[in-house]
Design a binder for this molecule. Structure first.
Ligand code: CP
Length: 314
């Protein structure tokens, strides 16, 4: 059994063995992507509800594609067109969905802890698709998969995470997962965006961008989350870009083999210059492709799929 829990709530909860086990299964699903027929019938008859309370492009569509490729029945639920608008609570809504006999619930919500709360209330599996500034475990897993495809074993590899760390669930899931796999993680951004308290998780904080990226094997560049109030923590977008933006000039200062990641959505010419976002050192769309494979692996494993029944991976 690769996963010990019925739910996937955060990489804080997962061991290094669980993370590597999921990524091994994800690599087998990734190998299916190049086939003319990408669907496998292993979730036929199972129902997954995608329960998104916050906007999403990548995660929502990636989960939906993963579920379709596993041949699951899918229900997409949008808070904007539901009885939330009439004051129904999260718990009542989820219990009503569960009464309709669903097998899995994927939730994105602005409140940290919302996925864990529903996991306690519901018998079905719950997958956290991002809960406020807490965790985004499937993004963490797809980021780690993308790094391992290029760097192999991450022990001793240097990962610099740059940007709005304070508001970032992606940063937290990266920190938990990467440190468990032995990577050396540096956080970089304006002091107002990088809580020093995160050092207790075993990471280094370096607010000087040039120093933070000099030895890095990979840069994971985060979005400035203007919708969560990040705009009040620095003077302006132009100032941020001048001090912390990943420009061509910054890229020229990197190790030759270092590469650049971004979870999306990007603020072009704020945290990352447009030419870097489109340039030869970025692997952003590989991250997106790996996301479908990671989500297929998690759904498969949570629904009791037998890893031995799948063929070899890439
Ligand atoms: N990376 C990510 O979570 O993107 P979305 O908000 O578009 O899902």
């Amino acid at each position: 059994m690769i996963l010990k829990s019925k739910d996937v709530l955060g990489l804080e909860d997962m061991s290094a063995e669980e993370i590597l086990g999921v990524l091994e299964i994800a690599s087998r699903f990734r190998a299916v992507f190049d086939r003319p027929v990408r669907n496998v019938p292993i979730m036929r008859g199972r129902t997954v509800v995608n329960f998104f309370h916050e906007p999403s492009t990548r995660t929502r569509i990636s989960f939906e594609l993963a579920e379709k490729r596993l041949s699951a029945d899918i229900v997409n639920f949008s808070a904007a067109t539901s009885s939330f608008k009439k004051g129904e609570t999260l718990r009542d809504t989820a219990e009503n969905l569960a009464a309709m006999k669903i097998d899995m619930l994927v939730i994105r919500h602005s409140s940290p802890g919302s996925a864990r709360y529903l996991a306690r209330v519901l018998d079905c599996s719950v997958i956290n698709a991002g809960d406020g500034a807490h965790e985004h475990p499937t993004q963490g897993l797809l980021d780690i998969m993308t790094m391992r495809q290029r760097l192999g074993d991450l022990r001793g590899k240097k990962v610099t995470i740059i940007g709005d760390i304070a508001h970032s669930r992606v940063a937290r899931s990266n920190i938990w997962g990467l440190t468990k796999l032995g990577a050396e993680v540096t956080l970089c951004g304006p002091p107002t965006m990088v809580p020093g308290s995160l050092e207790k998780l075993g990471v280094t904080v370096e607010c000087d961008l040039r120093k933070a990226v000099a030895d890095a094997d990979v840069l994971n560049v985060l979005r400035i989350q203007l919708e969560r109030g990040a705009g009040s923590t620095f003077p302006g977008n132009r100032e941020y870009h001048r001090m912390y933006g990943i420009t061509e000039d910054v890229v020229r200062s990197l190790k030759p083999e270092a590469f650049i990641m971004h979870p999306g959505p990007m603020n072009r010419d704020v945290e990352i210059a447009g030419e870097v976002a489109d340039g030869p050192r970025q692997v952003i769309l590989d991250q997106v492709a790996n996301g479908v494979a990671v989500r297929m692996a998690l759904i498969y494993l949570l629904s009791g799929g037998d890893p031995g029944a799948l063929g070899g991976g890439d």
